[in-house]
Design a protein around this ligand. Sequence first.
Ligand code: CP
Ligand code: NVA
Length: 305
Amino acid sequence: MRKHHDFLAVTDFSREQIIETLALARELKERRHDNLEPTPLKGQTWGLIFHKPSLRTRISFEVGIHELGGSCIYITDKEIELGKRETIADAARVLSRYLGGIMIRTFSHKDVEELAQYADIPIINGLTDLLHPCQIMADILTIYEKLGRYEDFRIAYLGDGNNVTNSWLNLSSLLGFQLVVATSPETMPNAELIKKAKAAGKSDIIITGDPVEAVTGAHVIYTDVWASMGQKEQAAKQAERLRAFQINTELVHKANPDCIVMHCLPAERGKEITDDVIDGPHSVVFDQAENRLHAQKAIMTVLVE
Ligand code: CP
Ligand code: NVA
C-alpha cells in the first residue's frame, strides 16, 4: 500500500504545511491561464462523492481538477450507496484501484474517517456535519489578501456553531489570532474542539452571547446559515435562537472601520446577514468563493506530491 495523506481537517496539516499550501494557492491563482500551469493530476481520475447539494465545492473541484490536468466523476448516493451496498472499507479498497483521489461531502464525519482509513489514495473532506476544512483554507487565503497577514487579527464569528465554526477552532490551534464566537447556549460549536483549541494555546478563544462585544475591534466578521444542510427542518427554531446575531449595518459599524465581512455562502439573505451588508463595501464573500478554487488546487497538489 503506498503512503498517502488525507485532508479531513485542517489539523491534518502542520502549521508549516498550511502556510506552504497557502503560498502555493497564491502562486496558482497568479499563474492561472498562463498556459504553463503545473499538471500534477495528469492521467488521474478523481471521484467526487456528494450526499448533500453544492454549488461552490462541486464546481470548484471539477474546474480545479481539470486545470491540474486530471478528470473526475461526480458520484451521488444513488450510484454507489456508500456504506449500504457494501461496507465503506470495501468500497474504499475498490475505489482506490481506479481513482487518483476522492473528495467527499457527506453527513457523518466518522464515515469519511473510515473511508480514509481503508483507502490508499488521498481523501479530501468537502464538508461533513462536523467540519468544512477546504472552506477555512479559502477563508484564510482571503484574509491574507485583504489584511496582509495570516495571524494577529480578531475574527468575530456570529451565529450557529457549526462545521465552519468548528474548522475555525481547528485553524486557531495552528495559527495565532483572536477567535470570538458569539452564539446562543443552544447553538455552541463542538465542545471537544473548543477544549482542544484552548489547550493548544496558540490563539485567544472567546465564546460570548454578546454580538456587540464580539465585533468590537474585529478585523473580520464572519457568519454562516443558521440551519445547515441536514437540519433545515429546525430553521424556525434556529432563527429564534440566533436572531440577535444577525450581521447588519448597525453591527458592522461597531467593528473596525475597515473590517471585512465574510460568509462561506450560500447565504439566506435577510436572516443571518442583510442585503446591504453582503452587497456593501466590507463584503468579500465572492473573493472568498473564488478562493475555494485556488486553495483546493493547492491542497490536491500537496496531497499527490
Ligand atoms: N461554501 C460552500 O461549501 O458552498 P457549497 O455548499 O455550494 O459547496
Ligand atoms: N454550515 C453550512 C455550510 C454550507 C457550505 C452547511 O453545512 O450547510
